[in-house]
Design a protein around this ligand. Structure first.
Ligand code: HEM
Length: 144
């Protein structure tokens, strides 16, 4: 049985999807202060390999990073409903730009809606830049 990964075109689809997503995140004043500006290619690679694996592609993410444990890996970041809404908006736009078949579009958007909600870890308002979690800070284990 071909998986969603196969049907949307495999690894190149997820690479481009995540590049489009990060192009938006870079312009986002709520989200960008959390991300590692000096390792954007690494961040693109981590998310693209995770999504490829999740949607039925090769298990490169787990080979490279171990068990995803996304709640734990997001714990250092200030993921409040505002951050979640921004994240989901950018990913939704990126999916729409890629133009997958409607059945795959719905499967992806449904997953991103649920997964992003599940990663909310605070209801405190967005704090000042510098207090939203590591910016390329490897000390907290997010990149370990
Ligand atoms: C809810 C809003 C979200 C915020 C604010 C957020 C934020 C972040 C940040 C700041 C990083 C560190 C970037 C890096 O160095 O890789 C990260 C990593 C990551 N995020 Fe999210 N994220 C969100 C939702 C999601 C969702 C819904 C998924 C999965 C569908 C996801 C999957 C990942 C993965 C796989 C990594 C890399 C983990 C690793 O191996 O270190 N994130 N996220």
């Amino acid at each position: 049985m071909p998986t969603l990964y196969d049907e949307v075109g495999g690894e190149p689809f997820f690479q481009e999807l995540v590049e489009r997503f990060y192009a938006r995140v870079r312009e986002d004043e709520v989200l960008w202060p959390m991300y590692p500006a000096d390792d954007l290619d690494g961040a693109i690679h981590r998310l693209a390999t995770f999504l490829a694996q999740f949607f039925g592609g090769p298990s490169s993410y787990s080979a490279e990073r171990g068990h995803p444990r996304l709640r734990m890996r997001h714990a250092p970041f200030h993921v409040n409903p505002e951050a979640r809404d921004h994240w989901l908006e950018h990913m939704t736009r990126a999916v729409e730009e890629m133009g997958p078949a409607p059945i795959h579009r719905e499967a992806m958007l449904d997953y991103f809606d649920r997964a992003s909600r599940a990663l909310i870890n605070t209801f405190e308002p967005t704090p000042p830049v510098g207090e939203r979690g590591p910016k390329g800070d490897t000390d907290l284990g997010i990149l370990a």
